[in-house]
Design a protein around this ligand. Structure first.
Ligand code: PMP
Length: 341
């Protein structure tokens, strides 16, 4: 019989899918070759995102260090992918999960966390971060009030980048038979790019180039944290999980470009993925175009796609929402701003 003991045993070992339609325009050399762009599709993880990887390792590391004891409670301010990963692993290992999120987070997202058995504490969005009811303060207070509570803190926890150093990096080296020349990833906590990039640089003696993709306005591409709409990437501060020595280059991508590329991935490549995936692919394509111009048709670019698109159906995949921000070409929809969900 062929089965796994538990669904968390399926975390990692995600496939690489070649991008064809979105790269068809890239200039070919005299032999008809152009840089190869491969997508590492992380929605194949059982919780649906790359964050399953860090959830497994952060919990294991806390068990080893004694910070998380049997019957303990995991408290984290999260509403998204990290919460799903943590809740899934916690359920398997018998921990309680309490997630704190601002009230702007949709009911659907909260219900996903509850479905996995987590408790969700909702805090008002319209208060400053140092207000006692802010979701930062509430999560800190819960950690001190709940007996046996542990806060993973994905923005500072070194098990986050380490999980990518130990899993994502080696997988890419093996899957490409050591032929990977460039790695492209969006930067949020920086765990993915720092851990994966460090491994790939070490194993290739520095040959693999690491390229970050960042929303225009975020600190990683020289901004101040100006608001952008793509979710899960970009920051207004420098997290401890981001290693500044890894990325060779950061490419900034506009919201508009990120979201139109996200739609193209669904329409032309059969990949229904989140907005940060479109952003990373837009950066990978820009890189591939440049490498083609430089005569590097042998380049093998891997771009990591963090999650699936189902969580964004009312945003990037909704014409009214897209039109309300001017992200759809005029005449491509009959939606009006009043239709926005
Ligand atoms: N995309 C999405 C949808 C995410 O949730 C995250 C994590 N915040 C990222 C990209 C960026 O990954 P990392 O935190 O490893 O930089």
């Amino acid at each position: 019989m062929d089965y796994v003991e538990h669904v968390i045993d399926l975390v990692g070992n995600t496939p690489l899918v070649k991008l064809n339609a979105l790269t068809a325009h890239i200039a070919k050399d005299a032999d008809g070759n152009a840089p190869t762009v491969l997508a590492k599709v992380e929605y194949f993880n059982p919780g649906g995102s790359v964050k399953d990887r860090i959830a497994v390792r952060m919990i294991e590391a806390a068990e080893e260090s004694g910070e998380l004891k049997p019957g303990g409670t995991i408290v984290e301010p999260t509403s998204g992918n990290t919460g799903v990963g943590l809740a899934m692993v916690a359920q398997r290992k018998g921990y309680r999960c309490v997630f704190v999120c601002p009230d702007k987070v949709s009911e659907d997202k909260r219900n996903v966390l509850k479905a996995y058995g987590a408790e969700v504490v909702v805090c008002p969005t319209a208060v400053p971060p140092d207000h006692p009811d802010s979701y930062y303060c509430v999560s800190d207070r819960l950690v001190t009030e709940i007996d046996g509570a542990w806060k993973p803190n994905q923005y500072a926890n070194q098990a986050n980048p380490r999980s990518h150093y130990e899993t994502t990096g080696p997988e890419l080296w093996q899957q490409t038979d050591g032929k990977i020349t460039h790695f492209v990833a969006g930067v949020g906590t920086g765990g993915t790019i720092s851990g994966t990039g460090k491994y790939l640089k070490e194993v290739s003696d520095g040959a693999v180039r690491v390229v970050g993709a960042d929303p225009e306005g975020s600190v990683y591409s020289g901004g101040t944290g100006r608001p952008y709409l793509v979710e899960g990437v970009g920051e207004d501060f420098w997290p401890e999980t981001y290693d500044r020595n890894i990325a060779d280059e950061i490419i900034a991508i506009s919201d508009s470009h990120s979201f139109t590329t996200t739609r193209e991935l669904a329409e032309q490549e059969g990949l229904l993925v989140g907005g940060s995936c479109g952003m990373a692919v837009a950066a990978a394509i820009r890189l591939a175009e440049r490498l083609a111009d430089e005569g590097r048709s042998d380049a093998v670019i891997v771009v990591l796609l963090p999650d699936g698109g189902r969580g964004y159906l009312t945003k990037v995949f909704n014409d009214s929402w897209m039109a309300s921000y001017g992200f759809l070409p005029p005449g491509s929809t009959d939606a009006t701003v009043g239709d926005v969900l």
